[in-house]
Write a protein that binds this ligand. Structure first.
Ligand SMILES: C[S@@+](CC[C@H](N)C(=O)[O-])C[C@H]1O[C@@H](n2cnc3c(N)ncnc32)[C@H](O)[C@@H]1O
Length: 261
């Protein structure tokens, strides 16, 4: 059981990922932009948009903010960025817009805080990114060891992207700087899942999408193991794992933890 008061000690809200110490990643883009006017999904633009031609179309034109389930899971998602001339309403700007829905932070029995959606959310819709400090692996290991020793909640997610023989890791820690996603608890039957999305930066955003229809007032959850792309041999079998209180019928009993951290 965790003490809720700890969760807000020294916490500063940041809508997007930050550098170490909470410094903004800046307002420039690592990518070229398209030359479309209006939305890149408009009839003429869809055929000539350089972003869609080079990087694919991950979002549905007919449902704003909704992932196209036919877009391959292994393909990286790139959105229109600050260098694009399309409008801010372009269908290919989703994660870049940030949080657009109301949520409430509530206290639970045993799990500390939790995040609840005020409105219903349709399957496939973008919910929010898991934003925090982007830290190196050695710093993630250092922080995790302290949290484990002191039996504090762990907020660090190590997002893994696999391409051919390589694995790219991005460590995100919203303990001190981050957005509301830090209040989302683990569930073995979650209603959210992750996709990595790039907007302006080479550093991916860990974007959370609805894995099924979510009712107003429902607690949001994701599987911490899936988020980290954990395979069986990477899960930790030490005896001090946190007991999972997700309450689902297929509960695995303990919270996933990445022992490669
Ligand atoms: C990312 S934080 C989630 C928000 C946290 N509940 C808070 O109060 O700030 C992760 C921590 O929440 C707690 N937690 C999350 N999911 C849980 C679950 N299913 N069962 C028990 N504790 C959970 C654990 O202490 C975990 O280290």
């Amino acid at each position: 059981m965790i003490k809720s008061s700890y969760a807000l000690d020294g916490f500063t809200y940041r809508a997007r990922n930050t550098l170490l110490g909470g410094e903004s990643l800046g307002e420039s883009s690592d990518y070229e932009g398209c030359c479309c006017e209006g939305s890149c999904g408009d009839t003429i633009n869809a055929a000539i948009c350089s972003c869609l031609a080079e990087r694919g179309q991950a979002y549905r034109i007919d449902k704003p903010g909704c992932l196209d389930v036919t877009f391959p899971e292994s393909s990286p998602i790139f959105e229109c960025n600050i260098n694009c001339s399309c409008s801010l309403e372009c269908f290919n700007r989703v994660v870049g817009k940030g949080i657009t829905r109301p949520f409430t932070v509530v206290e639970t029995e045993g799990k500390g805080f939790a995040l609840v959606s005020d409105n219903a959310i349709e399957k496939g819709q973008f919910v929010m990114e898991y934003a925090g400090e982007i830290i190196r692996a050695d710093e993630a290991r250092r922080r995790w060891a302290i949290q484990r020793e002191m039996k504090l909640p762990n907020y660090i997610i190590c997002v893994k992207e696999h391409t051919n023989s390589k694995t790219y890791r991005t460590n995100i820690d919203p303990s001190k700087f981050g957005n509301a996603a830090r209040f989302i608890n683990h569930s073995c039957s979650p209603n959210l899942y992750f996709r990595t999305v790039r907007v302006n930066s080479l550093v991916p955003s860990a974007a959370l999408f609805a894995g099924r229809d979510i009712e107003a007032g429902e607690e949001l959850s994701f599987d911490y193991g899936d988020a980290m792309g954990l395979v069986e041999e990477e899960t930790d079998d030490r005896g001090d794992r946190i007991r999972c209180l997700c309450g689902s019928s297929n509960c695995r009993g303990v919270l996933p933890f990445d022992q490669t951290l």
